[in-house]
Design a protein around this ligand. Structure first.
Ligand code: ASP
Ligand code: MG
Length: 481
């Protein structure tokens, strides 16, 4: 048995040209150990699949046909480009594509017939990963890479929270040990396994999906369950992305974002919960007790291959506490803050608990909570998509209406994350930076063991605020950081 195992997730946005498919072959050939490759749907396909559902629900038949055609053409063009010189593979993949599009149309018809249910959404969303994995697998075969393919449903057993399912670890463990491990173990030479990311199945057999960006989570679940078997000396998780790793802030918004070589699990978790799209929020917590190192790396574009910049190694996420002066800024561009203000100045014990549990019953999660000590005003943040529903719940309850004035406002959130972020020195830095650019926080939340300070500000001020704070931490000592 090889002692080492690499679990690799390959993001859909990495695979946009025939060239990029060759890079998968290069990565496999250059990796000495056995590996499990987990694939996302191709770039933008999951979004388009979701749009087909919306169009079907709205009865927009023409727009729906056009959207389906676009999805089909996108894959057709890839198949044409990859397999034009291999008529057998070409025909097989064209047939697979037609079958998948046929199933998609069938499900959309059923959706119209029976009305929307979360089951339809997950089944339809799963087609992106099914197609990408089938196409990549065929490409690997043509490149003489011996491998085994698994459907997501056959390995990842989940609860039935459609759209954001969580792996049932004991059952998934059994599947992995029964079906996957034998293909990886007893190998005197390296093995290659391919798995559809993002997809699982509930115990009752329905297709589920693991939340947007959930291919990271599939890879993490496999890393964990394979670590539990104790059959491998070392397991690492490599997430190939279209960005080089983790920065002190999203380089799309912040001009002098600093590249971070290493961060701790704790910081990565905070970052992913606070909107950093780079890592799926459910990833780290399931692997952290196994000390599995996670690398976030840029999938090599052709011209990158020979360079050896720090960025090529990727950001390493480990159990080690990271250096003191490592900070990262995560941005949530749009969210709602709901302020609940007591009209009467009367203490109303239990009412806030009731508000939160009513929201909880509707699966609306509350992100950031701030409260004045008198309980006169409590504010909390919820995602943009949950806003209208939350207001409906609160306004329809006469008790809440009687006791409180309830207001909702669209805002932005900046979370500054780092081991010693809560020191007064660092807080001063943050507020000084904000005051220099004339931005006043609407609310601030900070836990007592804080790794994270969340500042709620006007939505339009996000970019300016993020740049100012990043500058305060990383540009003040020029040349040093
Ligand atoms: N294709 C899915 C999504 O776009 C899962 C993933 O990319 O990881 O959310
Ligand atoms: Mg995707």
């Amino acid at each position: 048995m090889t002692d080492e195992l690499q679990i690799m997730k390959i993001g859909g946005s990495c695979l946009s040209s025939a060239q990029s498919f060759n890079q998968i072959v290069n990565i496999i050939n250059e990796t000495p150990s056995s590996m499990v490759l987990v694939f996302s749907a191709f770039n933008g396909i999951t979004d388009q699949l979701i749009e087909t559902i919306d169009l079907a629900c709205e009865g927009e038949s023409r727009a729906l046909s056009a959207k389906l055609k676009r999805i089909e053409t996108f894959h057709e063009e890839l198949i044409d480009g990859l397999f034009e010189d291999y008529p057998k593979a070409f025909n097989e993949m064209r047939l697979t594509l037609q079958e998948v599009i046929g199933k998609l149309i069938y499900l959309l018809e059923e959706l119209k017939e029976f009305g929307w249910s979360p089951y339809f959404k997950d089944s339809i969303m799963s087609f992106g990963e099914k197609l990408s994995t089938a196409i990549i697998s065929k490409f690997l075969t043509l490149n003489q890479i011996d491998h085994v393919v698994y459907h997501g449903e056959d390995l990842i057993i989940t609860n039935d929270k459609f759209g954001d399912a969580i792996a049932n670890l004991p059952y998934t463990q059994k599947r992995v040990e029964r079906d996957l491990l034998p293909k990886l173990a007893n190998n005197h030479y390296k093995k290659v396994i391919c798995v559809e990311g993002f997809i699982g199945r509930s115990i009752s057999g329905l297709t589920t999906t693991l939340g947007r960006g959930g291919t990271d989570y599939t890879a993490a679940v496999l890393a964990r369950t394979l670590a539990v078997t104790g059959k491998f000396k070392s397991i690492s998780l490599i997430l190939w992305k279209d960005v080089a790793g983790i920065y002190s802030a999203d380089p799309k918004y912040v001009e002098h974002a600093k590249y971070l070589d290493t961060i701790s699990y704790a910081m990565a978790k905070e970052l992913s919960f606070f909107g950093a799209k780079i890592l799926h929020p459910k990833c780290i917590s399931i692997i952290e007790s196994f000390n599995i190192p996670v690398y976030i790396k840029k999938f090599p574009a052709d011209e990158d291959r020979e360079s050896s910049k720090q960025e090529d190694i990727g950001t390493l996420i480990t159990a080690e506490e990271c250096e003191k002066n490592i900070y990262s800024i995560s941005i949530i561009q749009e969210a709602y803050i709901i302020s609940v203000t007591s009209e009467t100045f009367v203490n109303a014990p239990g009412i806030l608990g009731e508000i939160f549990s009513k929201l909880g019953e509707e699966e609306i999660s509350v992100n950031v909570v701030t409260q004045s000590s008198s309980e006169i005003n409590t504010s909390f943040v919820i995602s943009k998509s949950d806003g209208p529903e939350a207001m409906k719940i609160l306004k329809s309850n006469p008790k809440f209406e009687e006791w409180f004035k309830i207001k909702m406002e669209l805002v932005g959130i900046i979370a500054i994350i780092g081991k010693d972020i809560a020191t007064s020195k660092n807080q001063t830095k943050i507020y000084h930076a904000l005051s220099k650019v004339g931005i006043n926080p609407i609310a601030v939340a900070q836990a007592s063991d804080a790794l994270n300070i969340s500042i709620i500000i006007s939505k339009n001020a996000i970019k300016t605020a993020a740049n100012a704070i990043n500058e305060a931490f990383f540009k003040s000592k020029k040349g040093e950081q």
